[in-house]
Design a protein around this ligand. Sequence first.
Ligand code: DX5
Ligand code: ZN
Length: 224
Amino acid sequence: MPSTPLIAPSILSADFGQLADAVHHLESAGADWIHIDVMDGHFVPNLTVGPPIVEALRKVTTLPLDVHLMMTNPDDFIGEFAEAGADYLTVHVEACPHLHRTLQCIKEHKVKTGVTLNPATSVSTLEQVASEVDLILVMSVNPGFGGQKFIPSCLEKISQVRQLLKRSQGPGLLEVDGGVNLQNAGAIIKAGADVLVSGSAIFGSDNYSQTIQQMRTSGETTTV
Ligand code: DX5
Ligand code: ZN
């Protein structure tokens, strides 16, 4: 676990006509990673970006690119995303009937492996891979859109994943994505999160730097 949580702003809330500027702004505001949401219109009811945007952003920042694949058949695109410069490729357990093979494929492309699960999917689906992934992402909204409300029952799920990571003694970081804001970040960190994804709460604030810093330290002042 990192000593202070990492903040990964999601560019889903950015102005897509000014993406490079948005990433520069986030970088100078102290973001740790850049979270890129890939949606295919099948696995989730929305369409966003693909490898060309990852490649373009790779050229404008040295921050790790955390690519969240909300798509069916992610295996078909792992090579392209790897070549585009993704640092993490995170796939959904619900979209991967051969999850172990998919993770092997990501490793073969020398990219860090991430696995994620929707709010209705049980933590038990991760048992067999928890010891070998670099990242477990707990979705705290149903994927597809930014600006949704954090689902409170996900706090218990974050604790369960933290226990699983402890038991399996793997290297994985625990990331949380969806509805994360300054009001709930402290509780999410206390429940065991290492990395917080946040889109609308950062992009909707007047001062990215202050919001990122407050989010990062909010676990220190939360007592629950
Ligand atoms: C939702 C995406 C999230 C989203 C988070 O499907 O995976 O990364 O951009 O946005 P906020 O923080 O607004 O919920
Ligand atoms: Zn995401």
